[in-house]
Each structure stands twice: as structure tokens, then as C-alpha cells.
Design a protein around this ligand. Structure first.
Ligand code: ADP
Ligand code: MG
Length: 201
């Protein structure tokens, strides 16, 4: 098993995050927890690239549709369809428009449990129900209902890989190996060095 500190995840600041000047705020939240930025670029993806990104995981269509149905059930509401694939077909079309609406910031972040930690900091998919203190909970107010009524994707500022496997595939999709950098952060000595508390000098 590789050391947890080698784990990497992909973050995309979506066009709404860029256009609301939230790049610095989002980066600050990942920096202050101790994670390391290893790659960053601004790109305007095309629709084909966005579709390929979301369908890297063959289960994404089913899971995303089921998540929507589950949320409707919790609220005692009708989901847009009972078929998860039908729901995701619409989401994917709307996502293509959303993610190509302007430049995005693609980043690779590294550190212990990076995938899980960043998902915790980012918050759940629907900002209406994202926890207070998370990026989505603190900076945006969108809901499934509003997005459905307006025929668009949920505007939630960020994409963050959902699992280590997803992160590996997504990082390959967005970055060449030489675009992901290796260097040390001063704080890694304190975060990870096993000898930290035994030092006598
Ligand atoms: P997450 O980004 O939290 O991992 P998903 O992978 O399930 O969420 O979905 C990808 C993106 O698609 C979401 O971030 C959101 O922008 C959009 N989306 C997901 N589900 C819906 C939905 N039911 N209605 C509108 N947009 C959605
Ligand atoms: Mg996802």
C-alpha cells in the first residue's frame, strides 16, 4: 500500500467559480488543511471533453440518477423520472453547456486522504443541502428543483473526484504526466515526519 500522503485528486473550479472570483478562496481552503497543489491550469473544455470526463466511470450515469431519485424520496417529492439513466441523460446534456460556459481551473491536489478530505471540504452535490462550512454550503445556493425547472445543471462551483480510482482516471484525462509536479512543502515535516516529536536538537 502506498503511503496515504501520496494520494492525489482532481479539482475543477467550474465556470461559475471562476466568474465569481472564488479561485483564491477555494485554493486557500485546500492549502490551509495541509494539502499540496501539484498541477494547475486554466482551460476552456469543449463538450466532447466534458462528456468523456463524466463518463470515465461506467457507473456514473446510474449512481448520479439514483442520487437524484433518493433526494426526491427524502423530501417526499417526485423525481424527474424513475429511470436513473433517463435522468442522467438530461444532466449530461446540461453539464456540457455548464462546463463549456467559460474557462475552468483544473488542479491536482496531493496529501493524506486527499480524495476523501477534499470531498468533505467541498460538500454534497446540491448546495441547498450541503453542510454549512463546506465550499458549496458557504458560497452558493442552488437546488435540484431550481435546476430542473430552469433546464440546467446544478451550479455548485467545483468538481472533485469521488474516489481514488476516479481520481486516477480523471487526472490522466486532464493532465500529462509532466504537468504534475513533485516538490516538498515545509509543513510536510510536521504533518508526516515520524521523528518530529523525538527531535533533540
Ligand atoms: P458531484 O459533482 O458532487 O460528484 P455528480 O458526479 O453526481 O456530483 O454530478 C456531476 C455534476 O452534475 C454535479 O456537480 C452537478 O453540477 C450536476 N448534477 C448532478 N446531478 C444533477 C441533477 N439531478 N440535476 C442537475 N444537475 C446535476
Ligand atoms: Mg461526481
Amino acid at each position: 500500500m502506498p503511503h496515504p500522503k501520496t494520494e492525489r485528486t482532481l479539482i475543477i473550479i467550474k465556470p461559475d467559480g471562476v466568474q465569481r472570483s472564488l479561485i483564491g478562496e477555494i485554493i486557500r481552503r485546500f492549502e490551509r488543511v495541509g494539502l499540496k497543489l501539484c498541477a494547475i491550469k486554466m482551460v476552456t473544455p469543449d463538450e466532447k471533453f466534458v462528456e468523456a470526463h463524466y463518463t470515465l466511470d461506467p457507473d456514473w450515469r446510474r449512481i448520479t440518477g439514483e442520487k437524484r431519485i433518493q433526494k426526491a424520496r427524502e423530501r417526499g417529492e417526485e423525481p424527474p423520472s424513475q429511470d436513473p439513466y433517463e435522468i442522467t441523460a438530461v444532466i449530461l446534456e446540461n453539464l456540457k453547456k455548464y462546463l463549456t460556459a467559460g474557462p475552468v481551473i483544473a488542479m491536482a491536489w496531493q496529501g493524506a486522504h486527499a480524495v476523501e478530505l477534499i470531498r468533505k471540504l467541498v460538500g454534497s452535490t446540491e448546495p441547498r443541502s450541503s453542510d454549512v462550512g463546506t465550499i458549496r454550503g458557504d458560497y452558493v445556493l442552488d437546488s435540484y428543483n431550481m435546476a430542473d425547472d430552469d433546464g440546467r445543471a446544478i451550479r455548485n462551483l467545483i468538481h472533485a473526484s469521488g474516489s481514488v480510482k476516479e481520481a486516477e482516471a480523471e487526472l490522466k484525462h486532464w493532465f500529462l504526466p509532466e504537468e504534475i509536479h513533485k516538490y516538498s512543502l515545509v509543513q510536510e515535516k510536521i504533518l508526516y515526519d515520524v521523528n518530529f516529536d523525538g527531535r533533540k536538537e
